[in-house]
Design a protein. Structure first.
Length: 421
């Protein structure tokens, strides 16, 4: 009997404890989700990821004039590490010379060809003119003989005298023609030598120009600075093995670190909120404790499609205020653009805001504590950011609200706002 009574007492105590635990633990989650609205400064921001760059930079260029050699791309065979601090004249890159070496060999072959042609033309000219001079000299002697024969024929018969005169006149005409022909041959020789000489001179000028370009295949720093690699059209950095084009032969840049910018891309949903002049708070991914301020200086009018983006994005450039030696190009930044600012406004966590559709109208409400229970309180909302929303009407800072819908939310009374005048 005593054991039975003992069992009944223990069972009753256990039941009471279970009931108490039920109510305690049932209320605890909701009590932990209760917050009070805040009043004070409120800002609406758009947060994006950006990359630092220098506003001004000196381009480190590869060879110029390659298009004249019909070379349109050159591979980078050696490139010093990005971020290296260099002085003017220091080595930066070496470009592949295989194609220009082929051009040099082709040019050297052409020079040898024209040198051979020039020598041959010179020898031919000397030989032809020497032969022509000998012929003229011989004709001169023959003319002298004909002249003597003519003078001696005065004692001969008229027919013999006439024959001597005809022979002399014929020889004189031949001699005059030989003199004229010699002058023509001299002009022809000069023209031939000039033609071959012009081709030879052109090829020598060409090899001189090629060698000047050849020397530029060793790229050196045009000024002191810190080396930053250029990017390809697809955003990848130039490295050893990359190619540069003759229409944009920039290998790297030496940035001016006194004026830094963060280039970011904003999606088409948020771009309407971004305006030139808006303040921007930036933090560095490499040092999250580092905070700097800047302002929006340009907003692109035309969107573009970028890798890893499903929608179009717009380029936004943020200028960093002041100078900071720890800010370096290519560092990744988190950019918080301050779109709107409000003072002395009531705001609540965005997860505490709920809405329903009634008669085709959207009604926003909060779960507000009312005595020992809760009610659905209609509210008029204002601007919102990623975590909070402004409440224009419906609650005060003295109210308490839930961050989540209670299990019995369907049974709660709905308090509607009075229509504003």
């Amino acid at each position: 009997m005593k054991n039975k009574k003992k069992i009944i007492i223990i069972s009753a105590i256990s039941l009471v404890l279970l009931i108490a635990a039920y109510f305690v633990f049932k209320k605890a989650p909701e009590s932990e989700l209760i917050v009070k609205p805040k009043k004070g400064y409120f800002k609406v921001t758009v947060t994006t990821t950006g990359e630092l760059r220098a506003k001004n930079a000196i381009d480190v260029r590869g060879p110029s004039g390659l298009e004249r050699l019909n070379i349109y791309q050159v591979k980078i065979s050696k490139l010093i590490a990005e971020g290296t601090k260099v002085k003017a004249g220091d080595f930066i890159a070496e470009l592949d010379r295989s194609e220009i070496m082929t051009k040099i060999k082709e040019n050297e072959i052409q020079i040898q060809k024209y040198e051979s042609q020039f020598l041959q033309a010179k020898l031919d000219s000397n030989l032809n003119l020497s032969s022509a001079r000998n012929d003229i000299e011989n004709m001169k002697y023959s003319l002298e003989e004909k002249r003597l024969a003519k003078e001696q024929s005065i004692y001969e018969a008229p027919s013999v005298r006439r024959q001597a005169e005809i022979a002399y006149e014929r020889e004189l005409k031949a001699y005059d023609q030989a003199i004229k022909n010699y002058g023509t041959k001299v002009q022809q020789s000069i023209a031939k030598l000039s033609e071959v000489g012009a081709d030879l001179s052109m090829e020598k000028q060409s090899i001189s120009m090629i060698m000047q370009i050849f020397d530029q295949f060793t790229v050196k720093a045009p000024a002191d600075g810190m080396l930053i690699y250029m990017r390809n059209w697809n955003g990848t950095r130039l490295t050893e093995g990359s190619t540069i084009n003759t229409w944009n032969p920039i290998v790297a840049r030496l940035p001016d670190l006194s004026i830094m910018e963060s280039v970011t891309f904003v999606n088409e949903i948020d771009i309407q909120k971004i305006k030139v002049g808006q303040s921007v708070r930036l933090s560095l991914d490499a040092n999250t404790n580092k905070k700097v301020w800047g302002s929006v200086v340009s907003v692109a009018n035309i969107g573009e499609e970028r890798k890893n983006s499903d929608s179009k994005v717009f380029e936004v450039v943020v200028r960093i205020n002041g100078q900071d030696s720890t800010l370096l190009p290519s560092m990744t930044t988190s950019n918080e653009v301050v779109v709107e600012e409000f003072k002395d406004v009531i705001h609540v966590p965005i997860e505490s805001l709920f809405s329903i559709e009634q008669k085709g109208k959207k009604i926003n409400y909060l779960i507000k504590k009312n005595g020992n229970g809760f009610v659905k309180q209609e509210v008029e909302i204002g601007a919102m950011n990623d975590s909070e929303v402004i409440i224009k009407r419906g609650i005060s800072t003295e109210d308490e609200i839930l961050l989540a819908l209670p299990s019995n939310h369907d049974q709660l009374t709905f308090n509607y706002l009075k229509k504003s005048k």
